[in-house]
Design a protein around this ligand. Structure first.
Ligand code: PLP
Length: 445
């Protein structure tokens, strides 16, 4: 009988220890952390250098309230983050998680609009499906009905445009016309809402949990940048999952060489060692807000010295071990293995992603893209089978929460090729086991 609860009842074993890409339960079993938790443990578990840096910081202080003291570790992490961020984005505001980072970006955008005499700008356009966090502000811009619907009456409805799911719409993702087609939906929405009322557009450069590693079509990221600039709409990149190197670049948007006005960061930024996140902003935005009296926002634990010391050590390890490059190389190898599983298992309808932000989607029919019947709950069943076989993967319903089943395979960036083989072997066995459970849906090609 436990006093603890999360979203649902969790039948999982107690965690005994974790090291590298492996986790051991008190059930005596070893699990491969094939999703880095929730795409968090990017540098693997129990990295000795990070643990040592945390110990050193703990010996001097574990908490210094930011209104009472500056701390060396928060100054250092801010400067390391600014050095990695696009040019002109040098201002860093620390938080403890992704939802907080997103909330902070939205509030910074709003306060900036006020300093520009644009009080009528408040709408934040986002995409459907998308995930930006579970607090009410971040949830209002999240496109995932099962998570948002119960709270709709409590939130300000925010405009949404479709995510660029070219593979479902039968469009070529490598054709610039496809990128333009989806990006122009943003412009149409801005015009429909009234350009003077739109504050910001928020986008995951590569989709996370809600779309399953959706890579935008050619030209899309550049064109939405142009559209935002033309209409005075601030562009927010939600790099909570893509930031920190997993996609093969430190920031996901570097693949398209575009810079936003604001960035939300978390997950791999703290690497799972501590709750940590950040909002990174254009210098002039922050300067205008500070000049107008300051940012009306802040969390008690923000800029915590222990969290920042861990964050510094995580970035140092990413650099010292060449993990961004390894994510790109191993990502290609993982994609090859998933593609070959797709040849073998007709249930796999799509494989996508960049670097080690990789996913596959199960479908009833690969050609029509018809999803499996929702009542099969394939998204949870295959995860359970893989878990029992010693592999942790992460899944969601693909089609806005109503149906569809995708699975994120996102091991830590330290993964080796042999370990990828182990992951692929367990996945193959798990898929075969699942297909045996649903023979009537397993023959589609
Ligand atoms: N934004 C994105 C893109 C995410 O993937 C997540 C979490 O999955 C969040 C925001 C919210 O982060 P957190 O769960 O740390 O609040």
């Amino acid at each position: 009988m436990s006093n603890l609860f999360y979203q649902t009842k969790s039948p999982r074993p107690l965690l005994e220890r974790a090291e590298g890409i492996y986790m051991w339960g008190q059930d005596g079993k070893r699990y491969i952390d094939g999703s880095s938790g929730a795409m968090v443990s990017n540098i693997g578990h129990s990295n000795p250098a990070v643990l040592a840096a945390m110990r050193t910081q703990m010996e001097s202080s574990t908490f210094g309230y930011r209104l009472h003291f500056q701390t060396e570790s928060s100054e250092k992490l801010a400067s390391m983050t600014a050095a990695l961020a696009p040019e002109g984005l040098n201002k860093v505001f620390f938080v403890s998680g992704g939802s907080e980072a997103v909330e902070s970006a939205l509030k910074m955008a709003r306060q900036y609009a006020l300093t520009q005499g644009e009080a009528q700008r408040y709408k934040v356009i986002s995409r459907y499906p998308s995930y930006h966090g579970c607090t009410l502000g971040a949830l209002a811009i999240t496109g995932y009905a099962p998570m948002t619907a119960p709270f709709d009456p409590m939130m300000k409805a925010m405009p949404k445009i479709p995510a660029p799911r070219a593979y479902l719409d039968g469009l070529d993702p490598n054709d610039e016309a496809t990128g333009q087609h989806y990006a122009d939906m943003l412009e149409a929405k801005i015009l429909e809402e009234g350009p003077g009322t739109v504050l910001a557009f928020i986008v995951e450069p590569i989709g996370g949990a809600s779309t399953g590693a959706l890579v935008p079509p050619a030209g899309y990221m550049q064109r939405i940048r142009d559209i935002c600039t033309r209409h005075g709409v601030l562009l927010v990149h939600d790099e909570v999952m893509t930031g920190g190197g997993r996609t093969g670049r430190f920031f996901g948007a570097e693949h398209w060489d575009v810079a936003p006005d604001l960035i939300a960061l978390s997950k791999g930024f703290g690497g799972g060692y501590v709750p940590l996140g950040a909002m990174v902003a254009r210098d002039d935005i922050v300067e205008a807000v500070m000049a107008s009296g300051g940012f009306i926002h802040g969390f008690t634990y923000a800029g915590n010295p222990l969290a920042c010391a861990a964050g510094c050590a995580v970035i140092e390890q990413i650099e010292a071990l060449g993990l961004v490059k390894n994510a790109a190389t191993m990502g290609d190898k993982l994609a090859e293995r998933l593609q070959s599983l797709m040849q073998q298992y007709p249930l796999i309808g799509d494989v996508r992603g960049k670097g080690l932000l990789t996913a596959f989607e199960l479908m009833k029919d690969r050609t029509s893209k018809e999803p499996l019947p929702p009542e099969l709950h394939a998204h949870s069943r295959l995860v359970d089978i893989a878990y029992d076989n010693g592999l942790i993967i992460y899944s969601r319903r693909t089609r806005g929460g109503a149906s569809g089943d995708h699975f994120l395979v996102c091991p830590p960036m330290i993964v080796t090729e042999n370990q990828l083989d182990d992951i692929a072997d367990i996945l193959a066995a798990s898929l075969a086991q699942y297909m045996a459970e649903i023979p009537e849906y397993s023959g589609a090609a």
